[in-house]
Every structure is written in structure tokens, then in C-alpha cells.
Design a protein around this ligand. Structure first.
Ligand code: TMP
Length: 236
């Protein structure tokens, strides 16, 4: 499969058309941003790590009955995926209080939630990705009731599968962000990425942060943390 015209460039990835209308190629960059693009930098090796970690999780999820956009890894930083229209929602699942949930509710980071928390944000950089609820989503026609019920069910299923897998890697899944899209047949597929950019991973024992919070909060050893996640996820 060959790259043709560039369809889109985001903050961390580029998307290219292919000779097949139903597929496109995602190309992961080392570029990193935080705080809605206000903080910019590079994380050495991030593109290839996020590509490999995402594809590993997508295949794990497929095996467990979750329909995803994954088709085939092409090389270190590029993957063929099914073309989808992205539903403009960030679907966030939280197991442990951290980040914006901790500040919004006045919780200490690290407090375990008694039940997983599901949140939605409207993907819109100009508005700073505001949080929305089901009623906003129906009224804005981002998804129907049936579609959102399906997305929520799959988000919780994905949480269970990932928690169980990551436990064996000595990693705690604190929280993560998912994106879903609709393919040419109207089927909803899990899309985008599942990586240290879009998840919070803590060492299960020391609670050391092994994700993009190292970049967001200037904690140092950013590339090393991404490398460590890659090694653990691949069982090394
Ligand atoms: P938050 O605590 O900053 O709201 O982040 C919740 C989760 O979502 C965390 O795992 C990081 C991820 N995330 C993204 O993938 N993209 C984003 O733009 C933001 C703000 C968070």
C-alpha cells in the first residue's frame, strides 16, 4: 500500500490517502503538544513507540471482540487503517483520580474511583475541547442515543481488557482517552491511538508516571518513560 496525498495533519500524526478508497495511512510524529497546543516540543522516538504500542493494543482489543480501524503495520511509524469519519468526541475513562478530574472535584491524585468514570469532551481546539454530557451530544447530533450507548459499552469493555493486560506489565491504567469513527458502511470503529500520549500509565508499585504527564509537567526522562512502556507492553 502506498501513500498518496496528505489528507490531514494533526498535532501528533499525519494521515495520507492510499490507492484503496477504504483505507488510509497514519504516520506518527515525534512532535508533542500540551495545553491545547500552547506547549510544544519533541519526544525522541515517540512516533515509533506510539505506533507500535497502539497497534499492539488494537490487535489485543480486536481479539477480544472490539471492532477497530487497525489494518496493518507498515513500518516503524506508519500503519494502514480503515478510513473513518471521526465522531468529534474525546471519550475518557478514569479509574484513578488525576489531571483535570482531580482538580475539578478537589481530589488528591491517586485516589481510586469506586467505579470507573466516563466523560465526553467535544473535540474542538478553538473551544479548548469542552466537556459535554449525553444531552449536548444528542442535541449537537454528534451521535444518536443508540450510537452513544454502543460507544459507552465499548469504552467500559476496553477499560476492562486494558486493565487486565496492563496489570501483567506492572502498569496501572489511571485514565485514557478514546476516539471512535464511522466507516464507509456506517459501522462504529475504535480509531485514533492508545499510547502514552493518550493514557496515564503509572508503575504499579512506585506510582512513577510513565506517560505524557512527564512532558506536560516537565518531569524529565520523557523518552525513557515511553521506552519503558514499550518494553513492558511487549513483555520485555
Ligand atoms: P485530563 O485529566 O487532562 O482531562 O486527561 C484525561 C486523559 O485523557 C489522560 O489520560 C490524557 C488524555 N488526554 C488526551 O489524550 N488528549 C488531550 O488533549 C487531553 C487533555 C487528555
Amino acid at each position: 500500500m502506498h501513500k498518496k496525498v496528505q489528507l490531514y495533519e494533526g498535532k501528533a500524526k499525519k494521515v495520507f490517502a492510499t490507492e484503496n478508497e477504504e483505507y488510509c495511512i497514519v504516520s506518527y510524529k515525534d512532535d508533542a503538544t500540551a495545553f491545547n497546543g500552547q506547549k510544544k516540543g519533541q519526544i525522541q522516538g515517540k512516533g515509533s513507540i506510539n505506533n507500535r504500542v497502539t497497534n499492539h493494543f488494537m490487535q489485543l482489543l480486536e481479539k477480544n471482540g472490539i471492532p477497530t480501524h487497525f489494518v496493518q503495520e507498515l513500518n516503524a511509524t506508519e500503519t494502514v487503517v480503515k478510513k473513518v469519519n471521526i465522531i468529534p468526541l474525546e471519550v475518557i475513562v478514569r479509574n484513578i483520580a488525576a489531571g483535570s478530574l482531580a482538580s475539578r472535584l478537589g481530589l488528591e491524585e491517586g485516589v481510586k474511583m469506586s467505579t470507573p468514570v466516563l466523560e465526553y469532551c467535544y473535540k474542538n481546539d478553538a473551544l479548548g475541547d469542552p466537556m459535554v454530557n449525553e444531552y449536548h451530544i444528542y442535541a449537537m447530533q454528534f451521535a444518536t442515543r443508540e450510537e452513544l450507548a454502543y460507544i459507552a459499552e465499548y469504552a467500559f469493555k476496553i477499560n476492562k481488557i486494558l486493565i487486565e493486560y496492563l496489570e501483567k506489565c506492572n502498569l496501572e491504567l489511571v485514565d485514557f482517552k478514546l476516539e471512535f469513527g464511522k466507516d464507509c458502511k456506517g459501522q462504529i470503529l475504535l480509531a485514533d491511538e492508545i499510547s502514552p500520549d493518550t493514557c496515564r500509565f503509572w508503575d504499579a508499585k512506585t506510582k512513577e508516571k510513565l506517560d505524557k504527564d512527564r512532558f506536560r509537567r516537565n518531569l524529565g526522562d520523557v523518552s525513557e518513560a515511553y521506552e519503558e512502556v514499550l518494553k513492558r507492553v511487549f513483555g520485555q
